[in-house]
Design a protein around this ligand. Structure first.
Ligand code: G6P
Length: 608
């Protein structure tokens, strides 16, 4: 995690760096800092907490240098205080870092033995010491960085600034993303293209192992051996404006309300409502004919989208699915059949574990298909097939519209797979496409539950623990409902397969533990009702989230019932996700937590 920005130009560097950092705040927000060179000397400003603290500091104590590097931090090693905030500076070398140096302890001991004195608890400071050591041996900055990099184990995106070198930023990448941008007489560096969007639309991405040398007049790329590489910049279509909340109080609620529109946009890309068919790139259809299983890998909310998709691939395409969280998958001894399809689901397209899993699967002969929201991301660039979700920029750390857009894309993919494999007939496809086309209106109806959910949230906010249960696709949805609640309200919440309740969690039930029961009137309804009544029999309070059919069938006893319209099972998870998101949001409002930037979290997780 963490965001990096670099600027070398004609005017003061601090303002564009700060603006770039604001665009990267989703990567971490526990402290931030900027270093510039003023009359050849390093000058730093660093502040704990959100970027606005650094901004206020800069207003009182401006930085005037025309070259600089900046950082917004998500702490890995060392508490989030001012001392540990980047940039770190040692003997005229300043560095900002995104990633983790895994051998930092050994390096620190070695450097200590040779007289280095450490000021911080971070892993990053060893990098500044290593480079400074090389400078002391008489090496020039580029050679010093090149000599230091092979000592580093782990993942990094780095930017360096050197005292006495007013026209030089050095960048390096291994594992963590880094991009450079081209201007007229000024050049830039950033963790992603969005950070640089107001400055330029001409971008180049560093590949793993690249070192980049940036001056006002140009940008050069070198490999580990120091050989110059030819890299052609590309034009990107980026949004140049910071996304705003509009009339909403938080990004999260804005993004929840955007869902009918962005899910509609995503679906329009993959369904042809006029002919009742799914539109997928040609190679996707061919792909499904010849495979005997798919794997799905992702993290967090994207993983839950994958778990729901597993039910769809099995049911609509008769396709076995291997699914795991990326942090496990990448280290397992998975017996792969060469030529199968590996699907990766990610909003950012930069999550370190998902990216490593993608490379792992490719190395074992799998074809990589990415369902990503950021079309220029590393994951999109590394995959053979890319299915973009059109959720637009998602700013709230708790994923909402990205999740339902992932579900929309995966549902279309499962139907395409079912057709290609002959499991679904043309009539089946027409019926499913019709259901998909209705999703935006089901979501609108789900949003109408907001006033009732606001009331429920007032009661929910008093709970210490909450359980969510469901069967079939409602089981992963229960996991997602619990994740949403815990990440923004800090209330302990767990999702369970409804049938598992009796194997342990039921011991937790008493009158103070609300249980959210997700149960549309489908073929599993009666079974889930039995589980609900097991809770009620133990004085548990249940919130039944169902459809009209379910509401008519349900015997009384629920503490509260939230009713959605009846809808076909394929699309139910997309609409049922909405009340769960609203419940988490309104409970957080009652509790007064930081909805968009919850404690300890970051939106893009580029460390293991
Ligand atoms: C973080 C975010 C989650 C997200 C997960 C995976 O934990 O807070 O909202 O689901 O990363 O991120 P990705 O960008 O790969 O979807």
């Amino acid at each position: 995690m963490c965001g990096i920005v670099g600027f070398v130009g004609r005017g003061p560097a601090a303002a564009p760096i700060l603006d770039g950092l604001k665009r990267l705040e989703y990567r971490g927000y526990d402290s931030a800092g900027i270093a510039t060179l003023e009359r050849g000397l390093l000058t730093r400003r660093r502040a704990v907490g959100k970027l606005k603290n650094l901004e206020s500091m800069l207003a009182c104590e401006p930085l005037v240098g025309r070259i600089g590097i900046g950082h917004t931090r998500w702490a890995t090693h060392g508490r989030p205080n001012e001392t540990n905030a980047h940039p770190h500076a040692v003997d005229g070398v300043a560095v900002v870092h995104n990633g983790i140096i895994e051998n930092h302890r050994e390096l620190r001991e070695e450097l200590n033995r040779s007289g280095a004195r450490f000021a911080t608890e971070t892993d990053t400071e060893v990098i500044a010491h290593l480079v400074s050591q090389q400078l002391k041996k008489g090496r020039e900055p580029v050679a010093a960085v090149r000599a230091a990099l092979p000592r580093l184990e782990g993942a990094f995106a780095l930017a360096f600034l050197f005292e006495g070198y007013g026209d030089l930023i050095i960048g390096a990448r291994k594992g963590s993303p880094l991009a450079v941008g081209y201007g007229e007489g000024e050049m830039y560096l950033g963790s992603d293209a969005i950070a640089l969007a107001p400055l330029t639309d001409t971008i180049n991405y560093l590949e793993d192992g690249d070192v980049t040398v940036i001056t006002r007049q140009g940008i050069a790329f070198f490999n580990a051996k120091g050989e110059q590489l030819r890299r052609l910049p590309a034009k990107i279509a980026g949004s140049t404006v910071l996304v705003h909340k509009g009339e909403h109080r938080h990004f999260m609620i804005k993004e929840i309300h955007e869902q009918p529109r962005v899910v509609g946009l995503t679906l329009a890309q993959y369904v042809d409502a006029a002919t009742g068919t799914i539109k997928m790139p040609k190679d996707v259809e061919l792909e499904f004919r010849d495979i005997n299983r798919v794997s799905i890998t992702a993290c967090g909310t994207a993983f839950y989208a994958g778990l729901i998709a597993r039910y769809w691939f099995e049911r609509y395409a008769g396709l076995p699915v291997e699914i795991d969280v990326a942090s496990e998958f990448r280290y397992r001894s998975v017996p792969f059949d060469p030529g199968n399809l590996a699907i990766f689901v990610s909003q950012s397209g930069e999550t370190a574990d998902t990216l490593a899993s993608l490379e792992f699967a490719k190395a074992h002969g799998q074809r990589a298909l990415a369902v990503v929201n950021v079309a220029s991301s590393t994951m999109a660039r590394a995959s053979q097939i890319v299915l973009p979700t059109l959720a637009g920029p998602e700013v709230g750390v708790a994923s909402t519209k990205a999740f339902t857009s992932q579900l929309a894309t995966l549902a279309c993919l499962a139907v395409a797979a079912g057709r290609a494999r002959g499991v679904l007939s043309a009539d089946d496809e027409v019926a499913l496409v019709r259901a998909l086309a209705d999703v935006p209106s089901y979501m609108m109806r789900a949003l109408e539950l907001e006033p009732k959910i606001r009331q429920l949230a007032r009661k929910m906010a008093r709970s210490r623990d909450v359980l969510f249960i469901g069967r079939g696709t409602n089981y992963p949805l229960a996991l997602e409902g619990a994740l949403k609640l815990k990440e923004i309200t800090y209330i302990h919440a767990e999702g369970y397969a409804a049938g598992e309740l009796k194997h342990g969690p039921i011991a937790l039930i008493d009158k103070d533990v609300p249980v959210v029961v997700i149960a549309p009137g489908d073929m599993m309804f009666e079974k889930t009702m039995s589980n609900m009544h097991e809770v009620i029999a133990r004085e548990g309070r249940t919130i039944l989230l169902t459809d009209r059919k379910g509401a008519a069938l349900a015997s009384p006893g629920a503490w509260m019932t939230l009713v959605l319209p009846d809808m076909p099972p394929l699309v139910a998870p997309l609409a049922f996700a909405v009340p769960l998101q609203l419940l988490a949001y309104h409970t957080a409002l009652v509790l007064g937590t930081d909805v968009d930037q919850p404690r300890n979290l970051a939106k893009s997780v580029t460390v293991e």
